[in-house]
Design a protein around this ligand. Structure first.
Ligand SMILES: [Zn+2]
Length: 462
């Protein structure tokens, strides 16, 4: 593969995604975009050399009739069946279930200049995501009540291009107000989200373990999860007192949020997660740690909690698997997020944990802002908005995560220009299994209809 292909083809891969939609039955808490099947046919076959199924990748055909998949057959078994309908041959393109992203911030209503439902859900579709669950902040007002959830739903209506569900917020104001939390859950929130550190948004204050314990007791009745941003500030480890740290240097930012913040939060969380065990006072509730970055002690604690029977899961994000602190250039605040992207050795351990099943799923933590807040000119990591916008490119991050090609091109296109040799079927299949099955269960979407993504990759080796 020559230099030009390395730069251009990965971008084409995701831009070429096509999405087909099929029915799902009653899912009152999930908003369904209008019918947008791209084909006029009633009965057709999608043919590909790389169809991802729960049993492996096959060369074969997917039969679609009246907007439902009715069969998937291997090439050697089709015996002329394909003549019964239209045939669309995608050659080497990957055909697989649409991704579900359980963690995206679309900021609508209230901060649509950061991003709103129309552009956010279009980006999701282009990135192979056919369902996303929207976070209860950075929209304004934050989604912490039935009334504010209604504002979200109104904003989404007729403005979305993929299916969208909503998390509610657990904050000190509602944590001890059972009626308010129950109203929020009854109004359709798929679960709750809370922070153990300042969220960066004034109307979404942080919670402590007492608030979380209360939240879990309500969630248990609804059998829904609590998602937690697990970092607790540890003042003694900020290391910036001597004024010698350059705020344009990524290493300076990294020192301000060491792994001990994640570890401290998870240690505290696990004092209440035991309530979720079978027979415990919060049996039925579930704790989910969002965007884990520390693959050391924090991950080990979570593994131990799982083995003790706590109902706990953990996600990480494509940017933690695709990038490492060593390669982030001075002033390149594009890469600022919290917790931070850590070193290459940590990235390797995250990969291992993902592939071995110790990390349960991936999410984007897509968190856009207006460009001004990223302070691109100033390049100050300590003051810039912390959030990575990745709905459209997350799948590309994952499938292209090694030997990243990051050059001197403009910031706004940099994240697209990755290439790699690591992509393999194991990774692709893990993504499918996590996103299309496990995440369904976690967010209570068992009756969701099946959706398909078709995308092109020129990466070889599988
Ligand atoms: Zn987030």
């Amino acid at each position: 593969m020559d230099y030009l292909q390395l730069r251009v083809l990965p971008l084409l891969a995701l831009l070429a995604s096509l999405i087909y939609f099929f029915y799902f039955q009653d899912s009152p808490t999930l908003f369904e975009r209008s019918d947008c099947s791209l084909f006029p046919y009633n009965h057709y076959w999608i043919i590909s050399k790389r169809i991802v199924t729960p049993h492996g990748v096959i060369s074969g055909a997917v039969e679609v009739k009246e907007e439902k998949i009715v069969s998937i057959i291997k090439e050697e078994d089709w015996h002329g069946n394909l003549k019964k309908g239209q045939i669309i041959d995608y050659g080497e393109a990957v055909v697989m279930p649409g991704l579900i992203d359980v963690h995206a911030h679309l900021n609508d209503p209230g901060r649509t200049e950061w991003e709103g439902f129309p552009s956010g859900t279009r980006a999701a579709a282009a990135g192979g995501i056919t369902t996303l669950i929207d976070m209860p902040l950075n929209n304004f007002p934050a989604t912490v009540s039935a009334e504010t959830l209604k504002l979200k739903i109104d904003a989404a209506e007729k403005n979305i291009y993929v299916d969208v569900g909503f998390w509610g917020g657990l904050v000190p104001e509602n944590a001890f107000d059972a009626n308010s939390l129950e109203a929020l859950l009854s109004a359709g929130a798929l679960g709750l989200k809370s922070f153990m550190c300042p969220s960066g948004i004034n109307d979404f204050p942080m919670t402590n373990s007492s608030h979380i314990k209360e939240g879990l007791s309500i969630l248990a009745k609804y059998r829904r999860p609590l998602l937690v941003h697990a970092e607790i500030p540890q003042d003694s480890e900020s290391h910036l007192e001597n004024g010698e740290n350059d705020p344009r240097s990524y290493s300076t930012y990294l020192k301000t949020r060491p792994p001990s913040w994640e570890e401290a939060a998870i240690r505290e969380l696990l004092t209440v997660s035991k309530d979720t065990r079978i027979g415990g006072p919060a049996e039925g509730a579930h704790l989910h740690v969002v965007h884990l970055s520390d693959a050391g002690s924090s991950l080990q604690l979570l593994k131990e909690a799982k083995s003790n029977g706590d109902s706990v899961t953990v996600e990480t994000c494509p940017h933690y698997l695709a990038f490492s602190a060593e390669e982030i250039k001075d002033g390149d605040t594009c890469f600022k997020c919290a917790p931070p992207i850590r070193d290459a050795a940590n990235k390797e351990r995250l990969w291992t944990a993902l592939l071995e099943g110790d990390i349960d799923m991936l999410s984007s933590d897509h968190s856009p802002s207006v460009p001004d807040l990223k302070l691109f000119d100033e390049g100050n990591f300590l003051k810039a908005w912390g959030g990575i916008s990745s709905l459209q490119v997350g799948l590309s991050f994952i499938t292209n995560s090694y030997n990243c090609f990051i050059s001197t091109m403009p910031i706004h296109v940099k994240l697209y220009w990755l290439t790699s040799s690591r992509c393999n079927l194991v990774v692709i299949q893990n993504i499918v299994l996590q996103c299309a099955r496990l995440e369904f269960q976690r967010v209570g979407l068992s009756s969701l209809k099946l959706e398909i993504v078709i995308w092109w990759t020129w990466i070889t080796g599988y």
